[in-house]
Design a protein around this ligand. Structure first.
Ligand SMILES: *[C@@H]1O[C@H](CO)[C@@H](O)[C@H](O)[C@H]1NC(C)=O
Ligand SMILES: *[C@@H]1O[C@H](CO)[C@@H](O)[C@H](O)[C@H]1NC(C)=O
Length: 316
């Protein structure tokens, strides 16, 4: 009796433990296989990057160039774009790399975007990946902000990417392949005080590209929205203020932000793994995104205190 009980225990112990471990192991293995199977390389792919002469755009240019992409770099300043091209050319690489093309235009002027798109399409005849990166930041109190500034930020951050995407989209639909990436922000998911124009433009961006993703999936196209937190770039120095002048200050939050190289690598990963929505932020901002949905009253309370604190700092 005693013996048979012990025997049964041993049998059940042998059965459940390894079975559970085996199942978990199998699931992990399947996940890994799935990831590898869906992983795509950007080698030889035609990749367009806007805002490529500085900050995150320039880092994306480095990362995608090193991965063997055929780049088309866009920006307002031909000289600075050319400097980026020269910088990239000097690196030796184990894989085949290509000298990028450049297309110079002002993304915030939607009347020039369609001719710019034609020029982009002429470089290699098609576009595989469009990375809408260019953008401008804003700092200011709504009470002191001209409506024209609200509109200008929207032109660059929202209508610019929308116009360029819609100009490139038909060529992707014709080929039944293509990937559209947009660099949004955590502020596209939650608003924080004194960033009205920026947050609003990024919320609009998130909404538009979520719609686009749903509409073009049946046509074989991919859409990725990347939402980083603060990145260590000149974005805050170049930010506009309520009267349209330059902010000119490197914020502490920006100086302590993520390394643009890490963000650029995450963009490459999002493209290779066809990730749909990527939040690249620390625990606190990520928690705030959930709080806004699950406990809005507390979120509003926290933002109001933050506004009072920032207002006090500005007064001093
Ligand atoms: C940021 O601005 C400074 C000063 O204008 C400049 O020297 C630096 O190269 C810029 N950095 C980037 C990443 O564009
Ligand atoms: C937009 O581009 C057009 C054509 O080049 C130009 O005539 C117009 O002045 C530009 N608008 C702005 C606001 O720069």
């Amino acid at each position: 009796m005693c013996l048979s009980l012990r025997h049964m225990e041993r049998v059940s112990g042998l059965g459940v433990g390894p079975l559970a471990a085996g199942t978990v192991g199998l699931l992990i293995l399947l996940k890994v296989i799935q990831r590898l199977r869906h992983k795509q390389s950007v080698q030889d792919k035609v990749v367009v990057i806007t805002g490529a002469s500085s900050g995150l755009g320039k880092e994306c240019a480095r990362v995608f160039h090193a991965a063997g992409a055929r780049l088309i770099l866009c920006g307002r300043d031909q000289k600075r774009l050319q400097e980026v091209v020269e910088e990239l050319g000097n690196k030796n690489s184990v894989i085949q790399t290509y000298t990028p093309c450049t297309v110079t235009f002002d993304l915030s002027n939607t009347s020039v975007v369609s001719s710019a798109a034609e020029e982009i399409l002429k470089c290699h005849g098609h576009v595989d990946v469009l990375i809408n990166n260019a953008g401008i930041s804003y700092r200011g109190n709504i009470l002191d902000t001209h409506v024209s500034v609200q509109r200008d930020v929207m032109e660059t951050n929202y209508f610019g990417p929308v116009a360029l995407t819609q100009a490139i989209l038909p060529s992707m639909v014709d080929r039944r392949t293509g990937h559209i990436v947009v660099i949004s922000s955590v502020q596209g998911k939650i608003s924080i005080p004194y960033r009205s124009a920026y947050s609003a433009s990024k919320h609009a961006t998130q909404a538009y590209f979520d719609c686009l993703r749903a509409e073009v999936e049946r046509l074989g196209l991919q859409v990725s929205v990347i939402s980083p937190g603060y990145i260590r770039t000149n974005l805050s120095i170049n930010a506009v203020t309520g009267d349209g002048s330059k902010y000119g200050v490197m914020d502490k939050t920006t100086a302590r932000g993520s390394d643009p190289v890490d963000v650029a690598r995450a963009v490459l990963k999002a493209v290779c793994h066809k990730q749909k929505d990527v939040v690249l932020a620390g625990l606190l901002p990520t928690a705030a995104i959930y709080l806004r949905t699950l406990w809005p009253a507390l979120y509003f309370r926290l933002m109001a205190s933050r506004a009072i604190k920032e207002h006090r700092v500005k007064e001093e």
